[in-house]
Design a protein around this ligand. Structure first.
Ligand code: UDX
Length: 454
């Protein structure tokens, strides 16, 4: 008689945004490979389910009662606060239904929720299901958020935005300066604080998973572990552990053909992630500097990322002329494939954590131009700790752009950065291999679930 083995189920709750969907789906794939069934509970704005790469995942949608336009009108932080208020009841209902359908209530091993979907914890608790926080940022940014939340509790004894202190190192967070802290440009300080207090509070959740590795931030991970009352599992970079394509936008693959025609390590790849917006004057200074650098460039300009433009049509003719000389523009690129390409010698990035990990994972040095939140922390670490990046601070100006591109792609300084980036890439790969720190951390997490559920 055939005995049917019932796999334990893990329920994932992603934030409906590319930079969050990508790592949580990779986590889902990694856990799927460890023998779990995966259910993804998404809000109406997520569209991952159409992908054939997740054909054995179950996808459930909960109503969030928020029109898509709210993201634009409220801004990401207020949107997230509202999403957490509107989703709690519908998620409870969804979990209740899922439990009814299981042959055994213990078939659900746990709920893993993105730290910004903190409403999930209450629902898991109601059904006595273990819950686990998944942080898509790194441990250093987590520590910073926790520090900012504490400063707030001390009733703003420090004015975080005081221009006189911006270049000073923040006590206890060396080498981060006040201006590197993840205070957000996405909304007022009040919303930033509210969401930081929520995301650093693990409540009754039993663990925190971080998409990072100890070779990148050993001290911050140790500090975080000391601060939190629950185990912290650094299991990244997840894109090395389990590839799981989950692009929400259509990738333009023509850029790979263009890259095929370029010389090795000659191209600067430019992409500012899925949310950052650009000022028209900065776009023009970038185009002038890139053109003057004499290096070829592949530039991702997301539709809607330049004010008053569907795409690039509001830019003056000068822009198209500069680009046509040695550049190629797409709306969205297959980024991981681009970073792997031998023609790519540098990455100009907003330093989102996924982009940072993907670039380090390919040994590609970076030009860092952070916009908001944890991107500033990542940029500072890229320049001052890992020493594989050049940060562009202050007003963007064509001469500084030209200098940065040349220093990365032409000068000795860039060659040194590339060597260090390759060294770090090897360390990251080793941490994801069997016996490596991230691989072992994932094993510990899986074993902890098995013990809880036995
Ligand atoms: C945001 C934050 O910036 C990030 O730090 C946080 O941890 C998650 O949310 P985002 O700004 O979109 O994310 O940047 P990033 O984290 O770099 O994620 C962007 C993802 O989109 C990357 O995985 C990247 O490979 C992908 N991408 C980007 C593409 O596939 N094609 C592109 O053209 C551009």
């Amino acid at each position: 008689m055939e005995v049917k083995v019932v796999k334990k189920r893990i329920v994932l709750v992603p934030v409906p945004a590319q930079g969050h969907v990508t790592p949580i789906m990779q986590l889902g794939k990694a856990l799927d490979l460890k023998g779990f069934s995966i259910t993804v509970v998404q809000t109406q704005n997520n569209r991952v389910s159409s992908s054939k790469d997740f054909s054995d995942f179950q996808f459930l949608t909960i109503p969030d009662s928020l029109p898509e336009s709210d993201l634009k009108t409220l801004g990401p932080l207020k949107f997230m606060i509202k999403l957490n208020q509107t989703c709690e009841a519908s998620f409870k209902q969804c979990l209740g239904q899922l439990l009814k359908e299981q042959s055994n209530a213990h078939d659900i091993a746990c709920v893993v929720y993105d730290e910004y979907m903190y409403f999930s914890e209450a629902a898991a608790k109601e059904f006595q299901l273990p819950s686990v926080v998944f942080s898509t940022t790194n441990a250093t940014a987590f520590v910073c958020r926790s520090v900012i939340a504490k400063v707030n509790a001390e009733k703003f004894s420090i004015d975080m935005k005081d221009p006189k202190i911006q270049d000073k190192v923040f006590p206890g967070l060396h080498p981060l300066r006040y201006k590197d802290l993840p205070t957000s440009a996405f909304g007022p300080l009040e919303s930033t604080l509210k969401i930081y207090i929520e995301t650093v509070n693990v409540r009754t959740s039993s663990a925190v998973i971080i998409n990072s590795a100890s070779c990148l931030e050993r001290l911050s991970l140790a500090r975080l572990q000391q601060e939190l009352q629950v185990p912290v599992y650094p299991i990244g970079p997840l894109h090395i552990a389990a590839s799981a394509p989950s692009s929400l936008l259509e990738e333009d693959r023509s850029c790979i053909e263009w890259l095929n025609k370029q010389k090795p390590s000659s191209v600067i790849y430019i992409s500012l992630g899925s949310l950052a917006l650009m000022e028209t004057k900065d776009v023009l200074e970038m185009a002038r500097g890139l053109s003057n650098s004499n290096q070829p460039f592949l530039w991702v300009i997301r539709p809607g990322s330049i004010p008053a433009s569907e795409w690039t049509e509001s830019l003056p003719e000068e822009f198209s002329k500069l680009v046509s000389e040695r550049g190629y523009i797409v709306k969205w690129a297959p980024q991981m494939e681009v970073l792997k390409h031998p023609a790519v010698g540098g990455f100009w990035s907003h330093c989102g954590w996924n982009s940072t990990l993907e670039s380090i994972g390919e040994g590609v040095p970076m030009i860092c131009r952070p916009f908001t939140g944890d991107q500033r922390v990542n940029a500072r670490y890229l320049e001052s700790v890992w020493r594989i990046g050049v940060q562009l601070e202050g007003e963007l100006e064509k001469r500084t752009v030209e200098r940065a591109v040349k220093s990365l792609l032409v000068d000795e300084e860039g060659a040194e950065m590339r060597k260090r980036a390759i060294d770090l890439k090897e360390k990251l790969e080793a941490s994801a291999r069997s016996g490596g720190s991230s691989c072992s951390s994932l094993e510990y997490f899986v074993n902890s679930l098995k013990m809880k559920n036995s």
